[in-house]
Design a protein around this ligand. Structure first.
Ligand SMILES: Nc1ncnc2c1ncn2[C@@H]1O[C@H](COP(=O)(O)OP(=O)(O)O)[C@@H](O)[C@H]1O
Ligand SMILES: [Mg+2]
Length: 333
């Protein structure tokens, strides 16, 4: 039996905006999403902000009803049998809320264990196991208010696992967590999956998805744009080379000019303070150094490095293609 089956899931939000005369606005957050996750698989939903990741998770964990389509968790329909689904799942949303700051980690877990109906006999052992899994042994008696973001996030994961769920939903677990803590967090998630829990993870960090996930669905504008192993996604850009160019003050018009150079397949910009790194994808072997640099037309440049494409480049290519076809629209209703 499959752990998760999502079949043509759609979700539209209706909200009121405008003053003095308000009008109804409909946002198609998720527009027909289909995928399957096998038991024990670590599956990633990867996409930019607003792609529909959280909305998809909320339909799968019964917090939101689908507008149309169906989903099942270990065979239980999320709309018809939400109680059975809830017994099988745990979820953790990124961010700070949901823990009691004035209590210790241990007391937080005891409290939630009571709330989730974990039997008194099982509680002590389960909490000790989870503290070990998330690497908080020795710190469990400290108040949560003194915890770092990463420690809180690991405590959240322990909370989400108290009732032995078969599936754990992790929505942007590493948001706002520093790099070292994020690495610990990834190890926790990997351990969890190795122990047999099915994990559905959302992230907009490519490297995180690459390291952790068995398979990834890239979602943008409410639709799945690509689905496969990290390796198969990478092979989509196997026919390209990438030039990383350090630039100072390259505006949108410059980047557009770079994109229009024949043989250039895409360009993305990452701001690092005063400096930008512009990654330009070109056809493999096209030797476009000269025309690409010329397109910067007077912008001050630093180092220029040529390299093989990474999963991040594959992701950028997929998301840019999606942006070229259809962005999420807001249609007045
Ligand atoms: N409660 C809501 N009401 C109206 N629009 C919403 C609501 N929640 C999310 N949206 C919109 O739905 C789209 C998808 O959002 P979301 O699922 O949160 O994306 P992601 O988690 O990938 O960032 C976005 O355009 C967002 O603005
Ligand atoms: Mg989200």
């Amino acid at each position: 039996m499959l752990a998760i089956e999502a079949d043509a899931l759609r979700r539209t939000y209706t909200s009121r905006t405008g003053w003095p005369r308000s009008r109804r606005t409909e946002t198609e957050a998720v527009r027909g999403v289909t995928f399957e996750v096998k038991p024990g698989e670590l599956f990633g939903l990867l996409g930019p902000n607003g792609a529909g990741k959280t909305t998809t998770i909320k339909m799968l964990n019964t917090l939101l009803l689908p507008t149309s389509g169906t989903a099942r968790v270990f065979g239980h329909d999320v709309a018809r049998d939400p109680v059975a689904v809830r017994h099988r799942i745990g979820y953790v949303f990124g961010g700070d809320r949901g823990l009691y700051d004035r209590l210790s980690a241990l007391d937080n877990l005891r409290y939630f264990a009571e709330l989730y109906g974990v039997g008194a006999r099982d509680q002590k052992r389960r909490i000790a196991e989870l503290l070990d899994l998330v690497g908080l042994v020795g710190r469990e008696k400290e108040r949560v208010e003194g915890y770092s973001r990463g420690m809180r996030q690991r405590l959240h994961i322990a909370r989400g696992l108290l009732h032995h769920p078969d599936v754990l939903f992790l929505d942007e677990p590493s948001i706002g967590v520093d790099p070292v803590a994020a690495r610990d967090l990834r190890r926790t998630v990997a351990d969890l999956a190795a122990a047999g829990t099915t994990v559905l993870l959302t992230t907009h960090y490519m490297a995180e998805a690459d390291e952790l996930c068995d398979r990834i669905a890239v979602i943008a504008g409410g639709r799945i744009r690509a689905l496969g192993t990290p390796g198969s996604l990478k092979s989509r850009v196997g026919d390209r080379d990438v030039l990383d160019i350090e630039a100072y003050g390259a505006g949108d018009e410059v980047i557009d000019r770079v994109r229009r150079v024949p043989g250039v397949r895409g360009a993305s910009v990452e701001d690092r303070g005063a400096m930008q790194t512009v990654s330009v994808q070109t056809d493999r072997g096209a030797e476009l150094h000269a025309p690409v640099l010329a397109a910067f037309d007077g912008v001050r440049l630093g180092r220029v490095v040529s390299r093989e494409p990474s999963l991040e480049d594959a992701y950028i290519a997929i998301v840019e293609e999606a942006a070229g076809s259809a962005a999420p629209e807001e249609v007045p209703a």
